[in-house]
Ligand binder design. Structure first.
Ligand code: PLP
Length: 345
């Protein structure tokens, strides 16, 4: 049974699975000293430029936490939205591994804006106060909205002004790239991002994320940080082979385009139902909606989704590379049926 619960609920794209099987022969160097890893790092260099550092990690939490660790000392603070995955969905791993304080900025649309960030940068040089060091943003955001290139540049300008680092959690970076119709490089490196978590798992991989440093001096100790952080995969070729497939024949784009298009279709269908309210702009592959509580459970039985906010009954419907038009049509039909069933005659 399929669902709208999460893009992590979906399985592995067949082209990725094939790549895993193709990589499963002979012996190869471990811990990244294999030819597949070398080839994929070249592919990332083609996307982002030669002077970058690329390291693979198992999961998004690991990629974020270790990337942040590379840029910080434990007396620093990290500025992020109050909805940021690093703030609400990574337990206290960022705090434990970086030792830093997370300073959160309230968000209505998943994004944070330069003025808000600047207001939180206080008492630099004061030994009593946590020293701001990183601005962390998610692209696409936890609300599936997408920062424009100009918005990223504006945040980068704040980072530069105060000698901070701009970190991007790109667990859904492919969905953002497709939504913006810009190259990865334009809204990351060229917009002033210093450290990027490049996601694979939510876009058809089995597991694996990349930590990419556009400012290689930040990566000088990263090999040790990754090992200490238990994210160094011994049979690295099996992460690399997945990225290899994702970056071949635009699989990343095909998958993300499909997921985003399904989210748009879902939004369009739900907008036809006056009792259901879309709460966020649908830029990426998620749709956020207020669904009448009386029908929520029955609708979850059709295609499961999470209630995102218990208080408001705002729900999150995530589309994936394998969401189908028929599933969406069926879901919309069921929503209409349930609404009609609960309406007074
Ligand atoms: C915005 C964001 N960042 C990072 C992650 C990666 O998390 P995980 O450690 O579960 O791979 C997720 C997954 O839900 C996410 O939504």
């Amino acid at each position: 049974m399929k669902s709208f619960a999460s893009d992590n609920y979906s399985g592995v794209h067949p082209e990725i699975m094939d790549a895993l099987i193709r990589a499963n022969h002979d012996h190869m160097g471990s811990y990244g000293s294999d030819p597949i890893t070398a080839r994929v790092i070249e592919k990332f260099k083609t996307l982002f430029g030669n002077d970058i550092e690329v390291y693979f990690a198992y999961n998004g939490t690991g990629a974020n936490v270790l990337g942040l660790s590379a840029a910080t000392q434990s007396y620093n603070s990290i500025l992020c939205s109050d909805l940021a995955h690093i703030n609400v969905d990574e337990s206290t791993a960022p705090e434990k591994f970086t030792g830093c304080k997370l300073v959160t900025i309230p968000t209505l649309d998943g994004k944070i804006y330069p003025e808000q960030v600047e207001n939180k940068i206080q008492r630099l040089g004061d030994q009593h106060h946590p020293q701001a060091r990183v601005i962390s943003i998610s692209q696409s955001t936890e609300y599936s909205t997408v920062y424009t290139v100009e918005e990223v540049k504006a945040l980068s300008a704040v980072a530069r002004k105060y000698n901070l680092v701009l970190h991007m959690d790109g667990a859904r970076i492919s969905n953002a790239a497709v939504s913006l119709d810009r190259s990865f490089r334009e809204f990351t490196r060229d917009a002033g991002v210093d450290i990027l978590s490049f996601g694979g798992t939510k876009n058809g991989m089995m597991f694996g994320e990349a930590v990419i440093f556009f400012n290689p001096s930040l990566a000088s100790h990263f090999a040790f940080i990754r090992k200490q952080g238990m994210q160094l995969h011994s049979k690295m070729r099996f992460i690399s082979a997945q990225f290899d497939a994702l970056l071949t024949n635009d699989l990343w784009k095909r998958n993300a385009m499909h997921a985003n298009r399904m989210a748009k279709k879902l939004e369009h269908g739900l907008r036809q139902i006056p009792e259901i309210k879309i709460t966020q702009v649908v830029d990426g592959n998620g749709v956020f909606v207020l669904i009448p509580p009386a029908i929520t459970e029955a609708l979850q039985n059709e295609m499961y989704f999470y209630v995102w906010n218990d208080r408001t009954n705002e729900c999150r419907l995530m589309c994936s590379f394998d969401t189908t038009e028929e599933e969406i049509d069926r879901f919309i039909g069921r929503a209409k049926q349930l609404i009609a069933g609960q309406s007074p005659l």
